[in-house]
Design a protein around this ligand. Structure first.
Ligand SMILES: *Cc1c(COP(=O)(O)O)cnc(C)c1O
Length: 415
C-alpha cells in the first residue's frame, strides 16, 4: 500500500467506469454525465452517481489492497473514463499519524497528514480529478478563486495536462501560494477582496473569456477527488470508520466528499451503518457554518468582515452550505469555532510535543478536539481523526535569532 501511483499506459487498460448520471444535490433532478456541467439549474452543486452494484462486482478490497497507494487506485469509484486523461504528480496514500502524548486519556488521536500530497495540500485530490475530467471533456482553459492551495494544485495539474489557468486570490494570500501558482504555470492575480469577491470575477469572466469555472463545488468533480479521503481513511482503518472526524471547513468539499464516500461504501457492503460524528471546524473570525448549525438553519448567510490567520478556512459563504450542515447533523456531529490564538497555540503544542508540524487549519482541528473533549461534546475515549490539510512548511513560523561566532571561544557549558 506504500509507494505512489505512477501511471503507465502500457500496463493499464482503460478505466472501468460506473457513472450513471449527475444529480442536483438540492432538487434531485438528473443530468447526463458525459457533457460539461457547472452548477445545476437550481444553482446547486451536482453530485456524480454510480451503478454501485456493478461497481461492487468489479473490484474487491483485496484487489485494492494490492494496488500501489495514491488516490487513483480508487478508479472504480471515480468518474474518469480514459486512462490517458489521468494527470499524475506522484500521489501517495497519506499517513495516519498517532499523537500519543496529546490524545485524551484512554482515547486515540490520529492525524491524517494531507501535506504529503503533490503541491503540499489535499487540494491535489480535488483538482487532479477536476483537471482530468476537464481534459476528458475537451476543456482547455480553467479559472478559479482561491485562498492559495487550490490555485496551486490547479496550476500544477493543469499545466501538466497542457491547460491554461487563470487564478484570483485575496491580497493577503500567503506569499508562498501566490508564487507557487505562477511558478507552476498559472497566471495569478491578487484582488482587493475576499475569496467570494474573487469568485465573482471568475463567474463574470466566463462569457468574455470562455474559461471554465473551477470554483469549489461549482463543477461536479472536485468532490469526487476529495471523496477519496473517505475511501482511503476507511481502508487504512481496516474498512472501518473512526468515532469522530474533525475537518477544517471552508467550502466543505472534503467533508461533503467523505460523507459521500461512506454512503457509497455502505451501499456496496464494505462498511456498516456506523458513521463518524462529522465535526466542521471554523475560526471564530469566520464561522458561518457554526452559526447556521447553532441557529438550526439549512443555509449559512454570508459572514461579514471575515478574518482568520487560517486562510484556507476563511470562506465567508459556501455554495454547499446545506450539504455540510446536512452531513454534520445526520452524523450526530456538530460545528465548532476556535479562536485564532488557540490555533497558534495548538500548532506550537503539536510541534513541540509530538514533532509534527501542522498548517494553521490543521492546528484548528486540534484546538477544536481539545475544546470538544473539555466540554464533553465527544468522549475522551473516542478514536478521533484530525485532518491536517496542508504541509506546515508553507506557513510562517517564529523567527529564531540565536547566533554563534565561530571566531570567538565557545562556552559549551552555556549551550
Ligand atoms: C482548502 C483548505 C481548507 C478547506 O477545505 P474545504 O474542503 O474547501 O472546506 C482547509 N485547509 C486548507 C489548508 C485548505 O487549503
Amino acid at each position: 500500500m506504500s509507494g505512489h501511483f505512477v501511471f503507465d499506459p502500457a500496463i493499464e487498460n482503460d478505466f472501468p467506469n460506473f457513472v450513471t448520471h449527475l444529480e442536483c444535490s438540492y432538487t434531485g433532478e438528473t443530468f447526463p454525465s458525459n457533457q460539461i456541467h457547472g452548477l445545476s439549474p437550481a444553482g446547486k452543486p451536482l453530485l456524480v452517481r454510480y451503478d454501485l452494484p456493478a461497481l461492487a462486482t468489479s473490484v474487491s478490497k483485496d484487489a485494492l489492497a494490492a494496488r500501489p497507494g495514491g488516490f487513483w487506485k480508487y478508479r472504480e469509484f471515480l468518474p474518469v473514463r480514459q486512462s490517458s486523461n489521468v494527470v499524475s504528480l506522484g500521489e501517495v496514500m497519506t499517513p495516519l499519524i498517532p499523537l500519543h502524548k496529546l490524545a485524551a486519556k484512554g482515547g486515540e488521536l490520529l492525524i491524517k497528514d494531507e501535506g504529503r500530497l503533490p503541491t503540499g495540500s489535499f487540494k491535489a485530490r480535488g483538482l487532479a480529478l477536476a483537471v482530468a475530467m476537464a481534459k476528458e471533456l475537451g476543456i482547455r482553459r480553467l479559472a478559479m478563486p482561491t485562498n492559495g492551495n487550490a490555485g496551486a494544485a490547479m496550476a500544477a495539474y493543469a499545466t501538466r495536462a497542457g491547460m491554461e489557468t487563470t487564478i484570483f486570490c485575496p491580497d493577503d494570500t500567503p506569499e508562498v501560494n501566490v508564487s507557487e501558482i505562477e511558478y507552476q504555470g498559472g497566471k495569478v492575480y491578487r484582488v482587493n477582496g475576499l475569496i467570494n469577491d474573487c469568485g465573482k470575477i471568475v463567474g463574470e469572466g466566463k462569457e468574455p473569456t470562455g474559461w471554465f469555472d473551477c470554483s469549489t463545488l461549482k463543477e461536479p468533480y472536485r468532490i469526487e477527488g476529495k471523496k477519496t479521503m473517505g475511501l482511503e481513511l476507511a481502508e487504512q482503518l481496516g474498512w472501518d470508520v473512526p468515532d469522530v472526524i474533525f475537518y477544517p471547513t471552508g467550502g466543505g468539499t472534503g467533508l461533503i466528499g467523505m460523507w459521500k464516500a461512506f454512503a457509497e461504501l455502505e451501499a456496496i457492503g464494505w462498511i456498516g451503518s456506523k458513521r463518524p460524528k462529522m465535526v466542521a471546524v471554523q475560526s471564530t473570525g469566520c464561522a458561518p457554518i457554526v452559526k447556521a448549525f447553532e441557529d438550526g438553519e439549512e443555509h449559512a448567510p454570508l459572514w461579514e468582515n471575515a478574518f482568520t490567520i487560517a486562510s484556507g478556512i476563511r470562506v465567508p459563504v459556501a455554495v454547499g452550505d446545506f450539504l455540510i450542515l446536512r452531513a454534520v447533523r445526520e452524523s450526530g456531529g456538530f460545528a465548532i469555532a476556535v479562536e485564532d490564538k488557540d490555533i497558534v497555540q495548538a500548532q506550537a503544542e503539536v510541534a513541540r510535543e509530538e514533532g509534527l508540524l501542522l498548517c494553521p487549519e490543521g492546528a484548528a482541528t486540534f484546538a477544536a478536539y481539545k475544546q470538544s473533549v473539555a466540554e464533553g461534546r465527544i468522549k475522551a475515549s473516542d478514536r478521533a481523526v484530525l485532518y491536517n490539510c496542508a504541509t506546515g512548511l508553507k506557513y510562517p513560523m517564529p523567527v529564531i535569532s540565536r547566533r554563534l561566532d565561530k571566531n570567538q571561544p565557545i562556552d559549551y557549558s552555556s549551550i
